[in-house]
Design a protein around this ligand. Structure first.
Ligand code: FPP
Length: 255
């Protein structure tokens, strides 16, 4: 996280970190009388478009909720189809990702992924490590509560070893135990698919994120829709728990 006080800064024109709950593949497919897997296939096109769009807009961090821990309970054929799409994406897109200078990262309980997929993800993460143009984070086998539990487990182990003094624990220290502490909190959380819930996504990190929901089903989501979400974000005032007058006063004092 940046050391400077976020409130005293004018809101950046472009959000630094956008996180997306890509919802609606299944309903999009059902509306067309085709299989849910076809919906996910089209969803992959939207994923590609979101990466392109974010890169074009100058968004530095993009986190995509690609597969939740709860998704493991879907029918086996659907899980296999989603894994196949992920593998396909990694195989077909990695060269372009490299060319664009995008770094791939992954958060979640990835030990649950089938070994082939896990290895493919690890190889892509390794190959793109250090790219700085943009960071693309896949939340895979991910759950927000699980992330907090996993962080607590690591913290308790460190405390047992005497490396952490429980009395000195604060939010910053705790956040260092999350899956990827280098990632700044999302400025903007987008959810497609006409639902308004956070579905166990980045529960710790979205404390002050602006939330944008849209009726658009994920397979129809394109660059222009991302741009619209960013425009809406730019019109918001982020107060971080303060009053409007306080926020503008602090900005004025810094100017
Ligand atoms: C939600 O649609 C979407 C997902 C379960 C995952 C997102 C998947 C993709 C974008 C396809 C590419 C896949 C990977 C893993 C890279 P839903 O099935 O929950 O839609 P519904 O709410 O309409 O049923």
């Amino acid at each position: 996280m940046a050391e400077s006080d976020p409130i005293s800064q004018p809101p950046p024109r472009v959000p630094q970190h956008v996180a997306i709950i890509m919802d609606g593949n299944g309903r999009w497919a059902e509306q067309r009388g085709i299989s849910r897997n076809e919906g996910h296939k089209q969803g992959l096109e939207s994923l590609r478009a979101a990466v392109r769009g974010a890169n074009d807009l100058g968004i530095q961090w993009l986190t995509l909720y690609a597969f939740s821990l709860e998704n493991w309970s879907r029918p086996k054929s659907e899980v296999e189809s989603l894994m196949g799409l992920l593998e396909h994406y990694l195989e077909t897109e990695i060269d372009e990702v490299m060319e664009k200078g995008i770094e791939l990262r992954c958060i979640g309980r990835t030990d649950r992924l089938p070994p082939r997929i896990r290895d493919g993800v690890a190889a892509a993460v390794e190959r793109t490590r250090g790219n700085r143009e943009m960071h693309l984070i896949f939340a895979l086998s991910y759950g927000g509560r699980a992330e907090i539990v996993d962080a607590a487990r690591k913290l308790l182990r460190d405390a047992e070893l005497g490396n952490v003094d429980p009395e000195r624990l604060d939010e910053k220290m705790f956040a260092a135990y999350l899956y990827d502490p280098e990632v700044p909190d999302p400025d903007l959380l987008i959810r497609t698919g006409a639902e308004s819930r956070v579905s166990n996504f980045l529960l710790w990190q979205i404390a002050y994120s602006e939330i944008y929901t849209t009726e658009i089903m994920w397979p129809d989501f394109r660059e222009a829709d991302l741009e619209r979400a960013v425009q809406e974000y730019q019109s918001r005032e982020r107060r971080f728990g303060l009053t409007s007058a306080q926020v503008s006063g602090r900005r004025g004092a810094k100017a």
